[in-house]
Design a protein around this ligand. Sequence first.
Ligand SMILES: Cc1cc2nc3c(=O)[nH]c(=O)nc-3n(C[C@H](O)[C@H](O)[C@H](O)COP(=O)(O)OP(=O)(O)OC[C@H]3O[C@@H](n4cnc5c(N)ncnc54)[C@H](O)[C@@H]3O)c2cc1C
Length: 489
Amino acid sequence: MTRVVVVGGGIGGLAAAARLAHSGYHVTLLEQREHLGGRTGQLQREGFRFDTGPTLLMMLEPLEKLYRDLNQRMEDYLQPVLLSPSYRVFYADGTRFDSSPCIAHMVREIAQKISPAEVPGYLRLMADLSGMLHDVVPAFVRRNYRSPLDLLGAKQISLLVKHRLLANLFRRIRRYVQSPRLQMLFTFQTMYLGLSPLEAPWVYAILTYMESGEGVWFPRGGVYQLVHALERLAHEEGVQIRTGERVQQVLVEAGRATGVRLASGEVLQADVVVLNTDVPTAYASLLPQNRQSHRRWRNSCSALVFCIGYEGKLPQLLHHNVHFSADFERNLQEIFVEKIVPEDPSFYTCLSVRTEPSDAPDGCENLYVLVPVPNRSGQDASALKQQVLERVLGRLEREVGFCRQRIRFVQSLSPADWEAMGLWQGAAFGLSHHFWQSTCFRPSNRAPFGGVYFVGASTVPGNGIPMVLISAELVQQRIEQEVGLRVTK
Ligand SMILES: Cc1cc2nc3c(=O)[nH]c(=O)nc-3n(C[C@H](O)[C@H](O)[C@H](O)COP(=O)(O)OP(=O)(O)OC[C@H]3O[C@@H](n4cnc5c(N)ncnc54)[C@H](O)[C@@H]3O)c2cc1C
């Protein structure tokens, strides 16, 4: 039987393991930590529960497809709830705007809070982005590239021209909306990938549509339920899962994988090794030296995360909230160009207790704060986290009546913690998505050794839960085509 070892139990590793086991491979998954999920983590403390990485789900289709492909129904494993409004935006001038996938709601909100003159542009934007999403996903995203020439197919070129996919996102949004507040609202979503909207190509506006057109979902019980749902699926398909097992080396003989060596010294033989680890880290420390080991990668930004147990209520905050800096462009410049910790940061807050009352004790809030900061190639945000927290709390005091005396505890995650998890330069969102690290230029899911593959955020198609689930589809297809199956179950 063809033996597969999956290294890493993040969303990508779990989904790939379940898919490959379903196809008939004998799959063992090794996770270095005691619990599964990787960046999709959770914290439970003193009756509070927080998701510590992803806090929202967008684009449910790849998740539904995973369960469908394995002859199951997603609803039997996970119950996602559509949030409406999706989130509240706090602008520095005091305006509050509730963003929603409901067109009627958005039309009212834009007319009342911004200007009725902006409504037609919003409607045009949603129509154009809907068309773009449905063209782009099959042509560019759900795709195993063989070479850069794949970008030059007649279909790809016609779509590049039709949708102006490579135009600049921040400039092109002005063709639809004139208000700087709406321009921020419809472009900041690239920050989910750790990419500045100032330098993102227009194709990333599909994220705006995933959010504003298809909506934001929250699984009952928290985003961490997704990890349990995938673990259960993998178990049912017969995957052997071992936690607390760090892989130290991928064993390669005559250019082919023969297995892995664990930190404990144990050797596991395998015909195929699927790495769910960060790609630069894998090339630097797990695989034999090759030309990819010397490639100069560019990383996304990082994040400071604060989980605050709060005794009291903050009724002006919704489940999800975005707090824009007074000078958004300056804020982006600081993070991505000067690589310094922002003076007046934009940040995101989440209170999952709004949808899941058991996430905090009665009368309390589970306040999660995420502040985008430079990765560790720039100023070290880990050392400045207290200063950043002070700035955030100051703004929350003014904006929503936050009271410091009501803090029961603060627990944080900084770039140093993301680095300890195996992410190069502590870049929480992994490899950057600039043009030369997207589509066919992103690290391939096939390493230059027979039988070694990648799955997850730093290979194709990219970062974020939906993309990572698609990467599991792509690696399954590639392994089936290239390795085949020696004995089926
Ligand atoms: C703060 C934050 C907020 C985010 N918010 C969202 C969001 O709201 N929505 C969304 O869709 N996405 C979000 N993302 C992105 C999302 O978390 C990632 O795209 C996704 O979780 C990546 O999954 P993965 O499987 O690629 O890798 P990871 O989650 O990084 O998993 C890799 C696993 O490999 C293990 N590993 C590494 N090296 C070894 C080794 N040598 N041996 C054994 N095991 C090893 C690690 O311990 C880890 O468990 C967020 C990310 C962060 C950091």
